[in-house]
Design a protein around this ligand. Structure first.
Ligand code: SF4
Length: 868
């Protein structure tokens, strides 16, 4: 039902229930607010938004008052103006006029309104209330005297982040916003409270006193950390990033929200330890060289190796962090210049297996739906997905969906992840048992006749074969494997079957137990319930790094060319990532080129990887820091960081987005794409590209499903592939029209035998990302490092008691492969018999603990823990 009314003499029609504020905005009439935010429930705290309604003596707070039929509203009468001035004056009674040193000066709403209304003092006189400034947090400084108590920070922390870390404490003039009981801020440090604070009461400690905001230039780009691909403005001056704001417009998928890494993780860019010159090993020592000398060494050594052993004697590790353009050139260099098909990336340890499983099931190696579509799901199944820590913004989207609608959430995870507290059902499964659990869910659905019969009969093959094999996976039969009560599995199965649109989230990554089998089992579940090919349903494997998807799309795979095209007939697939390590360790692979990757920490079996890298006759590493891996290289090429170059990333839901050069790189470094172009030239095969965007166009010309993705179109927004031509809008969910191969394929997936705990290694290891670190770059971010300087191993209180380990103790974690040290965090969040160790600490990486299975499947690693 609509309501028609008049605002400032203009007629407008809006849906019934619309607030006066939103009706005015529809007419582009500006009403000032402090406490309103489109992501928050209206609060009506600040009263600056008052308006007059004809026929009433009262003023109305427009942000909380719904319009009524025939209403005549005036937003700029003398009475309204006086009321607003009174609000400003009341705020100025206690808000300090310390604008010269306030980080918000220049974009402070109170400053703007005081200026607009000509108010530089309050007729109510200054009132001084003694309030402290909180300097305790390494990232968020809280200046209580400046707070105008609009409550935006309190509400965003609760309503959006699901944290509730901040609240109003005390009453009246004494009121402050702080964690309960005067605690130090201990939260996810997403910094959203900073972004919404209108007056500079909350601000980033890192960026404080760095530059006035009016001297900063915002550069819109894509976050360089995880696969969500948040759009943000890097606010820069010369070669420095001073401030970071999430972008909230139609072109962004993060609606202005960021996580701690995306907001505070950029100190690596200006870190003094950045590589600034090429290095060449002379007499066993890495020494500075010229670019020419480095290129000459690369050309000579690779030519010599391939002349003796052919292209198979060399290989390349591409980068899940570099741009599409760089990965495209990298695989081209390997294939067309060095004649090698040995090319792979860190995607091998999760995402490649996930894509292979999706291709077998649905005919296309691609996540089936988009992150935006989560708002259309009526059930989200987080299956062994570390959602909030792997992909923070996805966690927020899930949270919003389940809090603001009837949508349900099922979480299956050995660790009680944050989303579990908001879930309708939490299934604390044993590590590495997701296949058995999912098979059991499918078994129940089929046994009880709850499948989507029409979908299965018209769009799916293999139902009879699957039914037969699932007899071994009744809830009772998998109880020992999963650790879950049969009734809990049955209830989850029925809930999933009843739902109209189900999205399954998974975390395939190095360190997680989600591999191809788990994704294949999830695909079976999606197919039997008809949850593919419609909005809000499908399978989304969350990629850990910013461009895992793009590296695969660009052909950084040993068995596929760009765009997943098969190899020419008769061409044998090259070696995958661990295949290269094994070949190097055995002396068969002699030369390796690694771009933007650190296999010593990002690959399993650190001992094997180290042996392999040391044995190489020639190792080239192109990176921004002298990583553990780079230290072993014969030539090191200093590259530029994400905020220093142009290009594109493809995020976890196939969304291709623009990456923009925001700052100048260190003087003698070069962008990865430029280095690669120069190497082509050094090898005598020059390329015609003058800039990164030329390569974007070349990609559009070569990969059919990138055909419509041009630099011009990416200026405004990201585009989901498939996007075959420049008139195509992109594809937010796949398989709506049918599967490429005709029908979806159900296939038998067996639960791997995980082996048991032994008396020597009694505990199961679970690993994954944490909120504050994602690898090499975040370790250089001072604030993030202060929050989490070393790995914290989560241990169940009962295990801790048995091990005589207390919270904060230093512990040694040992597996058959090696050992690392960590700090114990005793918490019931992790189930008994299981220990969680964060994956991304380069000097204490779980790569030292995890072996690699020759059949490339993921089996549970068992460990022991002892106090150091
Ligand atoms: Fe960056 Fe991912 Fe955090 Fe978004 S969620 S800000 S993409 S790290």
């Amino acid at each position: 039902m609509t309501v028609s009314l008049t605002i400032d003499g203009k007629h407008v029609e809006v849906p019934s229930g619309t607030t006066m504020l939103h009706a005015a905005r529809k007419l582009d009439i500006d009403i000032p607010t402090f406490c309103d935010d489109k992501h928050l429930v209206p609060f009506g705290a600040c009263r600056i938004c008052v308006v007059e309604v004809e026929g009433s003596d009262k003023l109305f707070a427009s942000c909380v008052t719904p319009v009524a039929q025939g209403m005549v509203i005036n937003t700029a009468t003398e009475k309204v103006k006086k009321a607003r001035e009174a609000v400003i004056e009341l705020l100025l009674t206690y808000h300090p006029l310390d604008c010269p040193v306030c980080p918000q000066s220049g974009r402070c709403h109170l400053q703007d309104l005081a200026f607009e209304h000509g108010k530089d003092e309050s007729r109510f006189g200054p009132i001084h209330i003694e309030k402290k400034i909180d300097y305790d947090s390494p990232l968020v400084e809280r200046n209580h005297p400046r707070c105008i108590q609009c409550g935006k920070c309190v509400r965003i922390c609760d309503e959006v982040q699901g944290q509730g870390e901040l609240d109003f404490v005390e009453r009246g003039f004494e009121t402050v916003i702080e964690p309960s009981f005067g605690r130090t801020l201990d939260c996810e440090f997403c910094g959203q409270c900073i972004q919404v604070c209108p007056v500079g009461s909350l601000y980033s400690r890192i960026f404080k006193h760095t530059s006035p905001v009016w001297e900063l230039t915002p550069v819109r780009t894509t976050c360089p950390f995880c696969g969500v691909g948040c759009t943000l403005n890097l606010e820069v001056k010369k070669d420095r990033i001073y401030h970071v704001l999430g972008v909230d417009d139609e072109g962004s998928n993060n609606e202005g929200f960021l996580c701690a890494k995306g907001r505070f993780g950029y100190e690596y860019v200006n870190h003094p330890e950045r590589l600034k010159k090429p290095l060449v090993r002379r007499g066993g020592v890495l020494e500075e060289s010229t670019w020419e000398e480095a290129y000459q060494a690369i050309v000579e050594r690779f030519k010599a190796i391939t002349a003796a052993g052919g292209g198979d004697a060399v290989g390349g590790i591409a980068s899940a962090r570099c741009t599409n353009e760089e990965n495209y050139l990298f695989q081209k260099l390997l294939r067309s210049v060095l004649g090698s098909g040995n090319i792979d990336s860190v995607a091998r340890f999760g995402q490649v297996q996930a894509m292979e499983a999706l291709e077998k099931a649905f005919g296309m190696a691609a996540p089936t739906d988009s992150l935006d579509d989560l708002d259309k799901s009526d059930l989200i199944f987080a299956l062994d997905a570390n959602v909030t820590e792997d992909a923070h913004i996805v966690g927020l989207k899930v949270l919003r969906r389940v809090r603001n609608s009837d949508a349900s959430l099922i979480v299956a995870n050995p660790r009680k992840i944050k989303l579990a507290q908001f879930a309708d059902a939490y299934l604390p499964m044993k590590p590495g048992s997701a296949v058995a659990l999912t098979n059991a869910i499918v078994q129940v659905i089929l046994a009880e006749g709850l499948e989507d019969r029409e979908f299965v009969s018209s769009r799916v093959d293999g139902i009879d074969g699957l039914k037969g094999t699932l007899e071994a996976y009744t809830p009772e039969k998998v109880e020992g494997i999963t650790g879950l009560k049969p009734d809990a599995i049955r209830e989850a199965a029925r809930t999933i079957a009843r739902a109209e649109a189900v999205t399954i989230l998974l975390s395939p990554a190095f360190g997680s137990y989600v591999g191809g089998d788990t994704v294949a089992a999830a695909a079976n579940l999606a197919l039997v319930t008809g949850n593919v090919g419609k909005p809000g349903s499908g399978i989304l494997p969350l990629s850990e790094y910013n461009n895992v998807q793009g590296a695969m799309d660009m052909g950084a795979l040993p068995d596929r060319l760009p765009g997943y095209e098969p190899l020419s007939q008769g061409v044998t697939p090259g070696l995958d990532a661990m295949g290269m390590m094994e070949a190097a360790a055995s002396g068969d692979l002699k030369g390796l080129f690694i771009m933007g990757e650190n296999p010593l920490t990002a690959f399993p079996d650190r001992a094997l990887v180290e042996e392999a890298l040391r044995k190489l006759e020639f190792l080239v590493v192109q990176d921004i820091f002298l990583t553990d891996t780079a230290k072993l290289a014969h030539v090191v090429l200093p590259a530029t960081a994400g905020p220093e170059k142009d290009g594109t990333f493809t995020n976890t839901d196939r969304r291709v987005q623009r990456v923009r050069r925001a700052i100048a790189p260190p003087a003698r470094t070069r962008a990865d794409w430029k280095i690669l172009c120069e190497l082509f030239e050094a090898f005598g095969q020059p390329l015609p590209y003058r800039g990164a965007m030329d390569i974007t166009r070349a990609i559009a010309g070569e990969i059919p499903f990138y055909g419509g993705i041009t630099p011009e179109r990416l200026e405004k927004t990201g585009l989901h592939w498939p996007c075959p031509d420049t008139n195509h809008p992109g594809t937010s969910f796949l398989h709506g029209e049918g599967f490429p191969g005709g029908k979806g394929q159900l296939r038998t997936v067996e639960q791997q035998k995980n082996g048991g705990a032994s008396s020597e290694y009694p505990l199961a290891l679970v690993s994954g990302m944490i909120l504050f670190h994602s690898g090499t770059t975040t370790k250089w971010a001072k604030g993030l490092n202060e929050l989490s300087p070393e790995p914290r191993a989560e241990i169940n209180p009962s295990d801790a008691k048995d091990l005589q380990v207390s919270d904060g103790d230093r512990v040694r974690i040992t597996s058959t492969k090696g050992q690392i040290e960590a700090v114990a965090k005793v918490t019931p969040r992790i189930q008994k018999g299981v220990v969680f160790v964060p994956a991304h600490y380069s000097d204490r990486s779980v790569s030292s603990l995890i072996g690699h299975d020759p059949v490339r499947e993921k089996t549970v690693t068992h460990i022991s823990v002892s106090r150091v």
